[in-house]
Ligand binder design. Structure first.
Ligand SMILES: *Cc1c(COP(=O)(O)O)cnc(C)c1O
Length: 390
């Protein structure tokens, strides 16, 4: 059976009025650049609060660390998950109080833990004995949550293997934390980013339940579960609505823990910022490799190194829009650098109008997460991706 061809509909991503605003704003600006609609970030935050009312939100700063986004979420009452002392420094500079910050990276230098502690941070993630000992030495009495290994099956951008430890290991670490004078506070996991299979949260939650009970028998009462990120944004391949995620996940929690459930934390990154961003890019060149080749190559002024690194293995498929009308053809899309890996989509064929011209602008939707902060500093001399907040 032939798979139904994906058809882009502008109205799935933006209203006509908002698109006009984007176009007017970008008219005399040099491409490529990212435009962030801050009100959309705020809307996504509100929607999350509405759907998961008792859950505490820690925005994963790495998804998009723009000051404006941090400040808007700060004003909304969000908490923040920081990966490094640099992010912690930024959060403090923007007036986020340290009680609202978790240090969520399990890979930390000893002196960075000390810096966080001296600045008032008391909530740390860990997944190894080495890191736990560093926390005990530099952040006494702090709350520690332990990251469980998950498989990331069903995720477009998996995070598996690098982070987390097996439940048996986590069990040992929890007992050890107590002996070290730390507060073994809870468990965390991340099911993989852009996770399409909601059942993955159920699998991870049952591991949590098992551990809550196992350490409970040793007199340790864990108080929190951190469900990580993995919530969806709107790319080419469809995912369920956020509402469905929230509904199902809250149901899993109820099934495993009843009404007397532990404190629940989530760390959304992608789902808060991706849909708020549009990248405006220009077609540099259209060519064919041989006269009879079926596919044209369309080279854009943004590629893997300019901010679209999540096209690695064609994992994330951004919705791409051309204003040209008429019949469409399948093309190969590539970036502008002199690196042969800088091809965006070759296996998966995007369709663009046959009349597409060089110098024409294309609009890449759902580009607000993991783009600008990933763009290289000066590979091939290209500046890193500009961002405008409207
Ligand atoms: C990256 C990351 C997140 C954010 O994940 P999304 O899928 O973008 O929501 C959350 N928590 C941790 C620990 C992360 O590393």
């Amino acid at each position: 059976m032939r798979k139904a061809q994906y058809k882009f509909h502008l109205s799935d991503f933006i209203s006509e009025d908002d698109f006009k605003i984007i176009k007017d704003f970008s008219k005399d600006k040099e491409t490529p650049f990212l435009i962030i609609d801050l009100s959309k970030v705020e809307e996504m935050y509100d929607e999350l609060v509405r759907n998961m009312p008792y859950v505490k939100i820690y925005y994963a700063v790495k998804a998009n660390p723009l000051d404006e986004i941090i400040s808007a979420l700060r004003d909304k009452g969000s908490n923040f998950d920081a990966a490094t002392v640099y992010e912690i420094g930024q959060l403090l500079r923007l007036g986020v109080s340290p009680e609202r910050i978790s240090y969520g990276n399990t890979i930390k230098k000893e002196k960075d833990i000390a810096y966080a502690y001296q600045n008032g941070i008391r909530l740390f993630a860990t997944d190894s004995e080495s890191d736990l000992l560093k926390i005990a030495r530099n952040a006494p009495d702090s709350k520690v949550f332990f990251r469980l290994l998950t498989e990331s099956d069903g995720a477009d951008w998996p995070l598996s293997r690098k982070f987390g430890a097996h439940p048996d290991m986590i069990y040992e670490l929890i007992l050890q934390a107590k002996e070290l004078g730390l507060d073994p506070y809870g468990l965390s996991f991340h099911v993989g980013s852009q996770q399409r299979d909601i059942g993955q949260w159920d699998n991870a939650l049952s591991k949590c339940k098992y551990l809550f009970e196992a350490v409970g028998l040793q007199g340790i009462e864990l108080k929190m579960i951190n469900l990580g990120g993995g919530f969806p944004a709107k790319y080419v391949s469809p995912a369920n609505e956020l509402e469905t995620y929230a509904h199902e996940i809250l149901r899993f929690i109820k099934e495993d823990f009843g009404d007397n459930h532990p404190e629940i934390i989530i760390e959304p990154g992608r789902s808060l910022t991706a849909d708020a961003g549009v990248i405006v890019t220009e077609v540099i060149m259209i060519s064919k490799k041989a006269k009879l080749n079926q596919y044209k190559w369309v080279y854009l002024d943004i590629g893997k190194f300019g901010g679209l690194i999540e096209t690695l293995d064609e994992s994330i498929k951004y919705p791409i829009y051309s204003e040209s009308k008429g019949f469409e053809e399948e093309v190969i899309l590539a970036g502008p650098t002199c690196d042969s890996m800088d091809i965006l989509y070759e296996r998966y064929k995007y369709t663009l109008p046959m009349g597409l011209k060089e110098n024409e602008r294309l609009f890449i939707f759902t580009a607000g997460a993991y783009t600008q902060s990933y763009s290289s500093v000066a590979f091939n001399g290209f500046p890193s991706l500009k961002a405008y907040v409207i």
